[in-house]
Design a protein around this ligand. Structure first.
Ligand SMILES: O=C(O)CCC(=O)C(=O)O
Ligand SMILES: [Fe+2]
Length: 194
């Protein structure tokens, strides 16, 4: 498990480098903040078989507060929300399980970093009648008090700052006061209204 955590952290820094490069910020824009002071939270989720899977959920719809989440799972069950489908009313899409594959979620802090170009993905976990499902989710973020803000390089008159800055600690404060199981989303508290 220790080796998995270390390797997945290295992978997260590579993926974040590709994301910041894609935004024109360069590969190392966040690498030292993520590598030396960044937070890695590893969650082990166990979903026992459910006699009536249509009436329950393993995890309610949410987006991850992290920059990115790297996910390993043993069974299908993950669904992501495609907000553009059906003319904007959206639909849930089942993510196929492919053995040994890692999945990457864009989290709220990459939405902020990209000033909304990347969207954090809303997802949920469904249950099944027969088998126990296990997933390992590794959430990668900046340090506890390190604020993620929209880079000035991405801001112009036509593209103003669309999100307030925030830290992991700010997310924890949000968690205390809100109920993510009822659909409250941290990213919604960061949006700057026109
Ligand atoms: O179990 C899964 O596939 C997803 C877990 C998840 O979304 C989370 O831990 O935030
Ligand atoms: Fe999640």
């Amino acid at each position: 498990m220790g080796k998995f955590c270390e390797e997945v952290k290295e992978l997260s820094i590579e993926i974040m480098g590709a994301i910041t490069e894609s935004l024109g910020l360069g590969r190392d824009y966040l690498s030292s903040r993520m590598d030396e002071n960044g937070m890695q939270v590893m969650t082990v989720n166990c979903y026992p078989p459910c006699p009536d899977p249509e009436t329950a959920l393993g995890l309610p719809p949410h987006s991850d507060y992290s920059c990115i989440t790297i996910l390993l799972q043993n069974l299908a069950g993950l669904k992501i929300f495609d907000p553009m489908a059906h003319g904007g009313s959206g639909r849930w899409v089942a993510v196929p399980e492919v053995t040994g594959v890692l999945k990457v979620h864009i989290g709220d802090h990459v939405e902020v970093l990209s000033n909304g170009l990347y969207k954090s993905i809303v997802h949920k976990v469904t249950l099944n009648e027969e088998n126990t499902r296990i997933s390992l989710a590794s959430l990668h973020s900046l340090g506890m008090d390190d604020k993620m803000s929209v880079p000035c390089e991405l801001v112009t008159d036509e593209n103003p700052v669309r999100y307030k800055e925030s830290s992991f600690k700010d997310f924890l404060d949000f968690l205390v006061k809100n109920d993510i199981s009822q659909g409250d989303r941290f990213i919604d508290t960061l949006r700057i209204k026109d």
